[in-house]
Each structure stands twice: as C-alpha cells, then as structure tokens.
Ligand binder design. Structure first.
Ligand SMILES: [Zn+2]
Length: 242
C-alpha cells in the first residue's frame, strides 16, 4: 500500500477511534505511542536501570547471572501497572514491541548487551498462549531485538506447568510450586551461549528462578535478565529529584 494512502487511512481511524494514552486516557498526538509525553516523563523509571550492583542483580546473584535490570517500578494502581495490563490483557502485542524497544534504547551506552548471544523470552503455557494469542515477553524480546539485532529464541524452552495462583501459599509451598515448570526442548540452541532472559514483571522472581534452574542443568550457558518492571518491594520508588 502506498505510504500517502496509509497516512490518510491512519488519520481517519485516529479520527473515528482516537488512540489514547494508556495512563491518563488523553488523546495521543500523531507522534505519540501508547503513552503521552507528559505521562512518559513521569513514569517511575528505576534510576540504576541495568547498572552494575543494582537490586535486580542482587535478587538473582545466587544463580551466577552475568547482569540484570528492570526498567520500571510496578505498584498496584500506578502507571506501570496500566502499561503492563495494556501489553498483557488488552490485546496489544504492538505495545510489547514498543516498550521492548524503549528498554533497549535506554540501555544503549550501558554495555548491557555486551557478550549476549540471544534473547530467551519467558515462555507461556500453551493454554495461556491460546487464550491471549501472543506471549507478552516474546513481544518485549522482539522490540529488544529490533534495536540490538540479537536473535529471539521463541521455542527453545516450553512452559509445561501453568503455575496456579500463589497468593495463598507459604514461601516454601510457593518455591515447590514453580519447580520444574519449564522444559528445555532445544538445548542445542542454548549451550555455549550467553542468554538474555526477558520477562514483563518480576514479583517474587520465582518463575525466573525456575527457568535459571532448568537452564543450569545444561553445560556452558550464561544468563542475564531484563524485565520491563519490578514490584516496588524490591526497588525503592524513585523520587522526583532522581
Ligand atoms: Zn498520558
């Protein structure tokens, strides 16, 4: 289709169904995507995102990860939650790709991607994937790939257990609950490589730990972690001055 035609088509659909900011609901300008500029600058960005020694690295230190980072602080009712819900529950795989690109762009100049060979998005179970239609972590991975050129490994690992809701479990039960929820289906794609594990939200970190444990059974795999957001209890909310 010709670009002028697409432009007119998009302005018409914008006129009939205006695109709105997922945080404040104001109508977006032609150049804004998903979040208006006013809300974007006020997002709760993690100040030491991807920097050595940040709290996300400490959360997974016992697994000998190379590096880790989360871009936004997640709290009930905050802007991050609205973004994550848009990506996950409102049928917006394109928002996942968009925020994946933002993460990668904000890490440029941090040496964060140095030495990484491929991106491994946290897999969804087949049932979840069927009902949602896409894996939100894979969409984030796609956005990161657009900026870095790193390949995305979408079928090297399978999620075999859709872990049930964990809210009523003790921490020990919770640990058992996520053990062996992943199955490595194509180890040949992973061995000898430095993988970037990508997730949308780190709450307890249990799913990522389970994946790290499954991967540790194979030789010569190094892992780093990148997530769109992290629960506020793991990371102080940035203040306006930061
Ligand atoms: Zn807004």
């Amino acid at each position: 289709m010709k670009s002028w035609f697409l432009k007119i088509f998009h302005s018409l659909t914008d006129f009939v169904f205006p695109r709105r900011c997922v945080v404040c609901q104001h109508v977006l300008s032609e150049t804004e995507q998903f979040v208006c500029n006013g809300c974007y600058v006020n997002l709760p960005f993690v100040p030491d995102f991807g920097k050595p020694g940040n709290p996300i690295e400490k959360l997974f230190w016992s697994y000998h990860i190379v590096r880790a980072g989360s871009m936004l602080v997640f709290q009930s009712g905050n802007a991050t939650q609205q973004i994550v819900h848009t990506i996950k529950y409102h049928n917006h795989p394109d928002a996942g790709i968009f925020f994946g690109r933002i993460m990668a762009q904000r890490l440029e100049g941090e040496d964060f991607f140095n030495g990484i060979d491929a991106i491994l998005p946290l897999p969804l179970s087949e049932t979840r994937l069927r009902s949602r239609g896409y894996n939100q972590s894979e969409m984030l991975a796609q956005g990161i790939s657009d900026v870095t050129g790193l390949p995305v490994l979408a079928d090297a690992v399978k999620r075999v257990i859709d872990n049930p809701t964990q809210t009523h479990l003790s921490s020990i039960q919770r640990r058992d609950n996520v053990r062996d929820i992943f199955e490595v289906t194509h180890p040949e794609q992973l061995t000898g490589r430095h993988l970037l594990l990508v997730d949308d939200v780190i709450t307890t970190g249990a799913s990522l730990r389970s994946l790290l444990e499954s991967l540790s059974q194979y030789p010569d795999i190094h892992c780093s972690i990148l997530s769109l957001s992290v629960a506020g209890k793991h990371h102080a909310i940035p203040t306006k001055e930061e």
